[in-house]
Design a protein around this ligand. Sequence first.
Ligand SMILES: Nc1ncnc2c1ncn2[C@@H]1O[C@H](COP(=O)(O)OP(=O)(O)OP(=O)(O)O)[C@@H](O)[C@H]1O
Ligand SMILES: [Mg+2]
Length: 274
Amino acid sequence: MPPPGPVQEKIAMPGVKNVVAVASGKGGVGKSTVATNLALALHMLGRRVGLLDADIYGPSIPIMMGVSEVFDPNTTQFPLDRYGIKLMSMGFVVKPETAMIWRGPMVHKYITAFLTQINWGELDYLVIDLPPGTGDAQLTLTQTAPLSGAVIVTTPQEVSLIDARKGLEMFNQVRVPVIGIVENMSYFVSGDGKRHEIFGHGGGKKLAQETGVPFLGEIPMDPDIVKCGDSGDPIVHKLPDSPIAKTYLSLATLVSEQVTKSSNAAAELPTLQL
Ligand SMILES: Nc1ncnc2c1ncn2[C@@H]1O[C@H](COP(=O)(O)OP(=O)(O)OP(=O)(O)O)[C@@H](O)[C@H]1O
Ligand SMILES: [Mg+2]
């Protein structure tokens, strides 16, 4: 873990009520899939929602939300709008190959620009899809973005749980409340209705209990999640009545309950006259 840097100034986003980061220590556990479907589920619940892809090196949101073009930033109004969600990603302005060469300070510069120079308008939720890891880029981002809280995604395996714990520590370090933990790829239901716990089971819940943060639920492994994500029409939008979409909807409900709880708790804190 890098030593804590100087505390950064928080960026103000007056039109955005809640900024929620979706994070994990480990790569490939399903952050972008959770962020995308969570954004769409919050929208289904009637909220005004934006989705910011903070993965400058490996943006996934363009593919998952079905945006394949690269736009000229001088003539394009960002954020884009897809399925009722306001969207921004580095993948909208540069080809994925180019994005690979950005260095740390550039990443920070672009994220700051995405947060401050884009007209997000009035939003109830801005969901931020974080890049994997707990290095400098993530630390700076979590310090500067006005985060209401973070959703930690893990898979049931020990290697993923160890990294999820690192993610939790990072948010504690920068004093961002953890909204809760989601266990993704939790189990698989085969055609005969049998449940298979391929990667083991219950690790996410156990980690939540041990660290005292809410457990937000289990998302099964499902080939439709991959198909929908790869084809640019996420499952919550494409198959809104499917059991999987319902799982994301209950995740969205829990997230909004937790965010309301923690903002009420913050509002109840006495104002100190120093
Ligand atoms: N519940 C699930 N069932 C089946 N496949 C899933 C599930 N969740 C995510 N996936 C698939 O796993 C792959 C990785 O997911 P995703 O890109 O969301 O992970 P990530 O954590 O954002 O990765 P990275 O760390 O590279 O940003 C994708 O192909 C996605 O479709
Ligand atoms: Mg991702």
